[in-house]
Write a protein that binds this ligand. Structure first.
Ligand code: NAD
Length: 248
């Protein structure tokens, strides 16, 4: 396992203005990488990018053209792209029963699933031009365990893991690794509505730093098409899917 060498690497981070994306941007910049933060939150994103010597691009990941523009900005400013962290996400998708809300449903699927698909589509040519690179997508433990409290979130995060498992082997020959990061509950703004309830029940919450460690472990590993869990008290590892039965 080789430790990530950031010097000269260029990283695009969607949802990079806040939370997990911002903490990862700090870590990558600290390792010498050039970071490009792509987010709808221009205030926080511009301030962080300036502090890290990076760039900010206003990008709504629901819009394919915004992802294309973010990649173009990375290539123009820093000469190429080596790493894409497709991390922007929302948790407000709701359910399909009494709490069904079409606008919230479309928004959540647009950010958490379309945004990842459009992001992959936009970054592939730039990674190919460098002879390979990494795509890491933030899914969630909601992709690996049932989430009765958030079925739409569980659906779009599981879809992202399915996407990563398909893309990993598809792009291995060109040196492009595609993996998913699946954190348990982590202490960011997205968790605010659930945090008091989790604390009451004593459910452990990850520090954002633990999620960044899991991200770095994915970068330092060799595999592709894997979904790595990040769970309190355990080292991050690829989740082992059981073999599915084939025909006989
Ligand atoms: N915090 C957790 O408990 C947890 C657990 C598992 C997975 N995740 C996932 O981690 C990722 C990051 O979330 P976080 O915890 O850092 O939350 P956060 O709310 O702190 O950060 C989310 C970031 O995404 C940005 N964003 C939202 N909509 C966007 C859009 N349309 N286009 C571009 N950017 C957009 C926000 O502005 C923000 O900067 C998400 O995909 C989330 O689903 C979080």
């Amino acid at each position: 396992m080789a430790a990530f060498e950031g010097a000269g690497k260029v990283a695009l981070i969607t949802g990079g203005a806040r939370g997990i994306g911002a903490a990862t941007a700090r870590r990558l910049a600290g390792a010498g990488a050039r970071v490009v933060l792509a987010d709808i939150d221009a205030g926080a994103g511009e301030a962080l990018a300036a502090a890290l010597g990076g760039s900010f691009v206003r990008c709504d990941v629901r819009e394919p053209a915004d992802s294309e523009a973010a990649v173009a900005a990375a290539v123009e400013r820093f000469g190429g792209l080596d790493l894409a962290f497709l991390n922007a996400g929302v948790a407000h998708g709701g359910g399909l029963g009494d709490d069904f809300d079409l606008a919230a449903y479309r928004d959540a699927m647009g950010v958490n699933l379309d945004g990842v698909c459009f992001g992959v589509h936009a970054v592939l040519p730039a990674l190919r031009a460098r002879g390979g690179g990494d795509i890491i997508v933030t899914a969630s433990m909601a992709a690996l365990t049932p989430t009765p409290f958030a079925p739409v979130y569980g659906a779009n995060k599981a879809a992202v893991v399915g996407l990563v498992r398909a893309l990993g082997p598809a792009h291995a020959a060109e040196g492009i690794r595609v993996n998913a990061l699946c954190p348990s509950f982590a202490d960011t703004d997205i968790l605010v509505p659930l945090k008091a309830q989790l604390e009451e029940t004593g459910f452990p919450i990850l520090d954002v730093g633990d999620v960044v460690e899991a991200f770095m472990a994915i970068l330092d590993a060799a595999g592709t098409g894997d979904a790595w869990y990040a769970v309190p008290g355990r080292p991050p590892e690829p989740f082992r899917f059981r073999g599915v039965p084939g025909p006989r």
